[in-house]
Design a protein around this ligand. Structure first.
Ligand code: ZN
Length: 374
């Protein structure tokens, strides 16, 4: 007899399926977003395309009060396990279990004009084949929750592969994981644009080598030259710059050295929808999910900052200084009128609209003050 696992309100067996207990917080985020959606829209029909143990579907049903879940798992050998897991917790009339290729499921929805409020695509490996097809199954205004573990390609270690998968060329720099999230968002936005639709990221989250993004499908195109373009990084001075399509040929760094590398095209707009995250955070504090409340605070603060971060290590190394605490640098930047926050991606990094030279100058000043006091 298999042992039962529990997570949130779900009780389930794992058997031969893949289940990572450390992914609980990203499933918590999914449940919160789904709950906010249900409160907003009054209904919630979920399609889980790659179900594994079925834990996500169980949690959407039991915690986010989903009205119906279509649970699909490509591997037929998990049928018994999934049947057992779902039967115990979901009314028979409230779910459907299939074992089809995910693309077929998406096109079946389209064919029957049966669009879902939340489409969950929990990929192991690259998500790139699904970036366009998941759009076909999603209701306008609905949500799509995407997982990608395609780290090597996304981080720019094999840029030619990234070009094939995402239509974008990533170069190496210290804010790689944020760049990877932006490559995925950009690619989905472009796919939606080709269908006369738009998408916005509700959030884009990186942890544990995995990228998790929640999108909302919008009724009109929102991709434009101002939110879809390029990111420059100077290997000489460590500064970043956003480069739009018209400036591409003239791009150079203010330090005047030929050390600028350019990545893209990618999403340059907000990383998260802070209003939506605030609604999720209100729920999370009601439910006393303290860890999630804290994470959401960081994400809300960074949502609209420029598309990169400076690591403390770079500030310290380039300024040749003993680093003052991160919170003090952030506070000093804010006092001087800059926007500044932590990054959820790297706890040892700062997001700000100040350039690296300003960050170094401010950190130096702080370091001196600390030295004088001691
Ligand atoms: Zn430079």
């Amino acid at each position: 007899m298999n042992q039962f696992q529990s997570e949130g309100k779900a009780k389930f067996q794992v058997g031969e399926a893949f289940y990572n207990p450390r992914g609980e917080i990203v499933r918590d985020l999914g449940v919160l977003a789904a709950t906010v959606y249900k409160q907003e829209q009054g209904q919630l029909r979920v399609l889980e395309a790659m179900a594994g143990t079925g834990v996500r579907s169980l949690r959407y049903y039991l915690e986010a009060q989903a009205d119906f879940v279509w649970v699909n798992e490509g591997n037929h050998q998990l049928n018994q396990l999934l049947s057992t897991n779902l039967d115990g917790s979901i009314l028979e009339s409230d779910y459907r279990l299939t074992h089809l290729d995910a693309h077929r499921v998406f096109f079946d929805c389209f064919n029957r004009r049966d669009y879902y409020d939340l489409v969950d695509v929990d990929c192991f490996g690259t998500a790139s084949p699904y970036l366009s097809t998941m759009l076909w199954a999603t209701k306008i205004g609905g949500l799509m929750y995407l997982t990608s573990t395609d780290g090597r390609t996304l981080a720019g270690r094999v840029p030619a592969k990234s070009l094939q998968a995402y239509g974008a060329y990533p170069r190496s720099h210290p804010a790689l994981q944020e760049q990877a999230l932006r490559l995925i968002i950009g690619s989905v936005a472009q796919q939606a644009g080709s269908k006369n639709l738009g998408i916005e990221p509700i959030w884009a989250y990186f942890a544990g080598e995995t990228y998790r993004l929640m999108f909302r499908l919008l009724p009109q195109i929102n991709l434009s030259a101002s939110n879809y373009g390029f990111l420059g990084y100077c290997h000489n001075c460590g500064d970043y710059q956003v480069i739009n399509w018209q400036q591409l040929g003239k791009a150079s760094c203010s330090c005047d050295r030929p050390s600028l590398v350019i990545s893209g095209a990618m999403w340059l707009g907000s990383l998260h929808n802070s209003e939506y995250l605030q609604a999720m955070q209100t729920l999370a504090s009601q439910w006393q999910w303290q860890k999630v409340v804290k994470l959401l605070s960081t994400m809300i603060a960074e949502a609209d900052l420029p598309p990169y971060f400076f690591t403390l290590q770079e500030i310290g190394k380039r300024g040749k200084l003993d680093l003052p605490p991160k919170v003090k640098i952030i506070a000093a930047l804010q006092e001087q009128g800059f926007l500044a926050s932590s990054s959820h991606i790297n706890p040892e990094a700062i997001k700000t609209n100040a350039n690296i030279h300003t960050c170094i100058a401010i950190a130096k000043e702080l370091a001196q003050k600390i030295k004088q006091k001691s």
